[in-house]
Design a protein around this ligand. Structure first.
Ligand SMILES: [Zn+2]
Length: 308
């Protein structure tokens, strides 16, 4: 697994880029040109987030996007929303209270658990598939636009995505997703049809209930051996304040949410029961939550059952 630099080159100095873009804009406007790309960028920023009319909420946080044709095959799309749930954390899921509780361990909660590792409840059955047998059968690369309002840099985001993908692939012992590339082009999640790109980016959704969402297209019906996944996109809501380089309870942890969203990209569904609240695929999160960084027993059982 490696990360390739394309299009954007090395790190982008956004301030210099913005100043340069403004100068070009003024110059071109004075010459009578219309700089449509810059205008579109502004409009996109101000737009309120809404799924298109064709999207049907089939269960809380899951939207059916309809059918499309992908390389001659009829595929269907779904969007999975990660919703914010304040105070979702129960005793045992709050790091930093000085007590090593069930559900916490030295990796998840080093502040509380120095050497202790209490037994976690048996949650190995805590997994669901998007559809039985719906998994990746070809390895596809993905592209990332790292631009975000919170100063998360390219190296952190791209290397973190790779290590999060590795968590799922190591658990499955299967090469599921391909390599990442950086781009400075504006990316759009695919609500109507596939576009042969697996896209990752930040976007201000204009609300703070949806932390992030994943869009996954595939063949989810018919005999399971013929089902497969064909495309994924992932959007992080820039209306939240993101962090993750160092733990900070006041920030939305990028690794935590990205690892969960990648679970959808590889074929797993959300979980909502209390028993499954320690799993990476638990469908709620909040500021300061890092419980999804590490795969739990159900996540591992699920990915192994899908790709085994
Ligand atoms: Zn989810």
């Amino acid at each position: 697994m490696k990360f390739i630099e394309v299009k954007g080159g090395k790190k982008i100095n956004m301030k210099k880029t913005i100043i340069a873009m403004c100068m070009v804009f003024v110059l071109m406007a004075s010459l009578g040109f219309v700089v449509t790309s810059a205008k579109n960028q502004e409009q996109k920023k101000d737009k309120e987030f809404a799924f298109p009319d064709n999207a049907v909420e089939v269960s809380p946080g899951v939207f059916y996007l309809g059918k499309a044709l992908d390389k001659g095959k009829v595929v269907e799309g779904y969007a999975f929303l990660m919703k914010k749930k304040e105070k979702f954390a129960k005793p045992g899921t709050v790091c930093g209270n000085g007590i090593c509780e069930p559900g916490e361990n030295i990796n998840k909660c080093p502040q509380d658990c120095s050497g202790e590792d209490p037994t976690e409840p048996d949650a190995s059955s805590c997994y669901t598939f998007l559809a039985k047998g719906a998994k990746w059968k070809t390895v596809e690369d993905y592209i990332v636009n790292i631009y975000n309002d919170d100063g998360l840099d390219e190296l952190f985001i791209t290397s973190n995505l790779i290590s999060n993908i590795d968590k799922w692939e190591d658990a499955a012992n299967y090469d599921i997703l391909g390599d990442g590339s950086s781009t400075i082009e504006t990316l759009e999640a695919d609500f109507y049809t596939t576009d042969n790109q697996n896209e990752v980016y930040f976007d201000d959704l204009g609300e703070t209930n949806t932390i992030a969402f994943a869009v996954v297209w595939g063949i989810f019906g018919g005999p399971p051996p013929f089902r497969e996944l064909v495309e994924w996109d992932m959007v992080f809501n820039d209306a939240f304040t993101w962090g993750g380089v160092q733990y900070n309870q006041a920030l939305m942890d990028f690794e935590n949410i990205a690892t969960h969203e990648l679970g959808h990209a590889v074929g797993l569904g959300d979980l909502y029961t209390d028993l499954c609240s320690e799993q990476t695929m638990y469908g709620y999160s909040s500021y300061g939550d890092t419980s999804k960084r590490d795969l739990a027993s159900g996540d591992i059982s699920g990915i192994q059952a899908l790709y085994g």
